[in-house]
Design a protein around this ligand. Structure first.
Ligand code: NAD
Ligand code: UFG
Length: 337
């Protein structure tokens, strides 16, 4: 079974490629390297023991995609390719809608033309918006507060409409909570562009001395210690979730939506404390104003993924902080040596 992995050179995609290979799938990466390095391909070869086929290209390039589907016999697509920075999406909405929404539509056109009607899509907990009560369950109404979030809400809608229009499609929407961690080897991991927006890469860059101290965005939320609570999930567990989704896709037609999280809420200060304890490093921090658009608490109900996909997480919070640090410490310059 051959799986086309769009965005397969990125953070979640690269880990999923390895998990797919271990599960016996053939993989083809399609990526324009707009937010990743070609060097990841060497690391993937090193870790999997064989070169991973890849095609450099953009999901908005219809011709290239048509050629790709003609030249390769693809059974399923896992669609990671997209832009993901919330703040940047507010400044560049046209680029975000073009890349994420138009790109997905172009990919779907190519898939339809080629008769490939299996897709797993990277959605996000961001689609739960700011009006739902935790734990978030898949049937809750979706909404967004920024172009990135709207692009995910729109793509979910598009994919649901496609499934309704033609019962041959099997579509899985995976709503990731907060992915952190890295491969146990320390050879692949998250590569933020510039100063990180997300908490874990910010912490690891403070730990490695690239950044001076962490700024904690608010300690007056209605949470255990006043700081924001999130559901952190190890990227290796997330990768396993995709294999489960593919196996399910093979059996069930129509559109299915699953949360991928642990179901556990962890506050900013709890994550900092876990990082300090398990890595034996101090993370200096100061409390600053809340960040615009943040919600107090976000965690998943994992029941549906457990019941229907047989998905449960295996990695602990300790694994997450230790593996994140190993990656950062071994690769202070990312993939460049
Ligand atoms: P990433 O930026 O590391 O990976 C995305 C990959 O897609 C990159 O390699 C990039 O070069 C590629 N890409 C982007 N636009 C492309 C295009 N037009 N054509 C071809 N390739 C393109 O991001 P990630 O963290 O691995 O996220 C993967 C997916 O998961 C994204 O869709 C993201 O929105 C979603 N997601 C991520 C998170 C998170 O916190 N990391 C949370 C929820 C959902
Ligand atoms: N935080 C800080 N300081 C920082 C960075 C983050 O205190 O320097 C806090 C935030 O306020 C929040 C928590 O750490 O309380 C987590 O923040 P992240 O930016 O790591 O993650 P978010 O939950 O805000 O956003 C992430 C992804 C989004 C996605 C969302 C829901 O970045 O793309 O999860 O899935 F939409």
């Amino acid at each position: 079974m051959k799986v086309l992995v769009t965005g397969g050179a990125g953070y979640i995609g690269s880990h999923t490629v390895l998990t797919l290979k271990s599960a016996g799938y053939d993989v083809l990466i399609y990526d324009n390297f707009s937010n990743s390095s070609q060097a990841v391909l060497e690391r993937l070869e090193e870790l999997s023991g064989e070169a991973i086929p890849f095609v450099e290209g953009d999901i908005r390039d219809q011709e290239r995609l048509d050629d790709l589907f003609q030249q390769h016999s693809i059974d399923s697509v896992i669609h990671f390719a997209g832009l993901k920075a919330v703040g940047e999406s507010v400044l560049k909405p046209i680029e975000y809608y073009d890349n994420n929404v138009s790109g997905t539509v172009t990919l779907l056109k190519a898939m339809k033309k080629a008769g490939v009607k299996n897709i797993v899509f990277s959605s996000s907990a961001t689609v739960y918006g700011s009006n739902n009560q935790v734990p978030f369950t898949e049937g809750m109404p979706t909404s967004a507060t920024n172009p990135y979030g709207y692009s995910k809400v729109m793509i979910e809608q598009i994919l649901s409409d496609v499934a309704k229009s033609d019962p041959e499609w099997t579509i899985t929407l995976l709503r990731y909570f907060n992915p952190i961690g890295a491969h146990k080897s320390g050879r692949i991991g998250e590569l933020p562009n510039g100063v990180p927006n997300n908490l874990m890469p910010y912490i690891t860059q403070v730990a490695v001395g690239k950044l001076d101290h962490l700024r904690v965005f608010g300690n007056d939320y209605d949470t255990v210690d006043g700081t924001g609570v999130r559901d952190y999930i190890h990227v290796l567990d997330l990768a396993r979730g995709h294999v489960k989704a593919l196996q399910k896709n093979a059996a069930v037609k129509g559109v299915k939506t699953y949360n991928l999280g642990t179901g556990e809420g962890v506050s900013v200060l709890q994550l900092v404390q876990a990082f300090e304890k398990y890595n034996d490093i101090k993370i200096p921090y100061e409390i600053v104003e809340r960040r615009d658009g943040d919600i107090a608490t976000c965690y998943a109900s994992c029941e549906k993924a457990q019941r229907e996909l047989g998905f449960t997480t295996e990695e602990s919070l300790k694994d997450m902080v230790v593996d994140s640090w190993r990656w950062q410490k071994q690769n202070p310059k990312g993939y460049e040596q």
